[in-house]
Design a protein around this ligand. Structure first.
Ligand code: SAH
Length: 395
């Protein structure tokens, strides 16, 4: 049987600028028409308003972001395509020395696979599909991942939000043979238990790996506060590297239980003090009681997922930064992050500057931080750089 020719998505005249500039997203309002026999989630050929070929991507009329280009070549989006893309992603990480026991194998747009995230945790690859089209290609993705040495099990961990937006049933379960509910990974001189079933995101915040190494390098002889600690990774790294004590704050009891186990696994539970609760309240209470720290890490969740809620988010970021700065000892260090891509590095600097001003402290920027290099950034796609941080020292 002859293969169906892919349907064609034709842009309105003059609306190809973003795509030509290297950004893969196409919004509904930019589309003139979709011609041919299309099905939601299948690849279409994208043409500009004058009929010139732009590339190919999955089409889904349901979300406003109706198409993300997968390729700018005239090639089929098939099993061989996925193998080539995954191989390229692996080659990049191997060359950079990042293909470790745990790392991000595929980072969506930045690896030419918009809508797909793959993280490796020891023998398990966790696969997250963010588009309907990607969920339909999951078998090809699993096939392509067979070249990952040492990986024996595949777990699908889709987000409910993406499922609603794109109209698919999010998979949260094993693909093929069932595997371990948790695995142990190595990161620097630490070991961590990662919950494959039921963990946040894909199980562990790999994007902070290089920043945790940085914090470890600063921890010797310092008293540490790890705010929004999840499973205690910053606290463990800091204590193993010689921190005198770590207080860790987290609102999720489940995450905190894993943090306790991670501290034990690394032989440092005695120097740790885990506190369950809302960081905003606990920081305020610590300020009142006069507790002070030499090194504070602030790694909050994205306070906003939408552009409109930006102001409220900015207030949240400012408040925690202000409180953290007040809890620092003289010449203390603050390592502060925002993982919301709606907050630009410049916005974030402005927010933290306002916090420093209100706290009445002068801080030196010892480093501007970003996500680990296994989460690469496409300069043409600003959304791929979502994590920004500042390593600040009170002077
Ligand atoms: N630093 C962690 C990752 C933090 S992710 C690491 O390196 O692994 C953000 C964490 O903040 C999540 O675990 C989430 O449960 C927690 N959180 C969200 N809102 C919170 C709040 N108001 N107070 C305390 N913790 C919160």
């Amino acid at each position: 049987m002859a293969e169906r020719a892919p349907a064609k998505l034709i842009l309105k005249r003059g609306r190809e600028g973003r795509v030509r500039a290297g950004h893969p997203w196409i919004y509904r309002g930019e589309v003139a028409e979709v011609v041919g026999d299309w099905k939601a989630g299948e690849a279409v050929t994208v043409l500009d308003g004058q009929g010139r070929f732009l590339g190919r991507g999955f089409y889904n009329p349901r979300p406003s972001l109706v198409c993300r280009l997968l390729t700018r070549r005239d090639e089929p989006v098939d099993g061989a395509f996925f193998r080539r893309r995954v191989e390229a992603a692996l080659a990049l990480r191997r060359e950079a020395g990042l293909a470790a026991d745990a790392f991000r194998v595929v980072w969506s747009e930045a690896d030419g696979l918009p809508g797909l995230v793959v993280d490796r945790y020891a023998a398990v690859a966790v696969i997250r599909c963010l588009t309907l089209g990607m969920t339909r290609c999951r078998p090809s993705v699993v096939e392509a991942l067979r070249s990952l040495e040492g990986v024996t099990h595949y777990y699908g961990h889709d987000e409910d939000v993406a499922g609603k937006l794109e109209g698919f049933e999010p998979l949260q379960g094993w693909i093929g043979n069932g595997g371990p509910a948790e695995v142990e990974i190595r990161e620097g001189s630490c070991r961590f238990v990662v919950a494959i079933e039921g963990g946040q995101k894909t199980g562990f915040y790999l994007d902070q790996r290089e920043n945790r190494a940085l914090v470890a390098g600063l921890a010797q002889g310092r008293r540490l506060l790890d705010v929004f600690c999840y499973t205690g990774a910053f606290a463990c790294q800091g204590l193993v590297a010689g921190g005198t004590q770590a207080v860790a704050i987290e609102s999720s009891a489940e995450a905190l239980a894993l943090a306790r186990r991670n501290l034990e696994l690394n032989g440092v539970p005695d120097r740790a003090d885990l506190r369950e609760g809302n960081a905003f309240d606990l920081l305020r209470a610590m300020e009142r009681s006069g507790e002070r720290f030499d090194l504070i890490v602030l790694d909050p969740p994205p306070f906003t997922r939408t552009k409109t809620a930006l102001e409220a988010a900015a207030r949240g970021y400012k408040e925690i930064n202000l409180r953290a700065l007040r809890l620092l000892t003289p010449s203390g260090i603050l390592v502060t992050f925002s993982c919301s891509h709606h907050v630009s590095p410049a916005d974030f600097e402005e927010i933290v500057r306002a916090a420093a001003s209100d706290a009445g402290v002068i801080v030196r920027v010892r480093a501007a931080l970003t996500q680990s290099r296994d989460h690469p950034v496409l300069l043409n796609v600003p959304e791929t750089r979502y994590l920004k941080g500042l390593l600040l020292e009170v002077v």
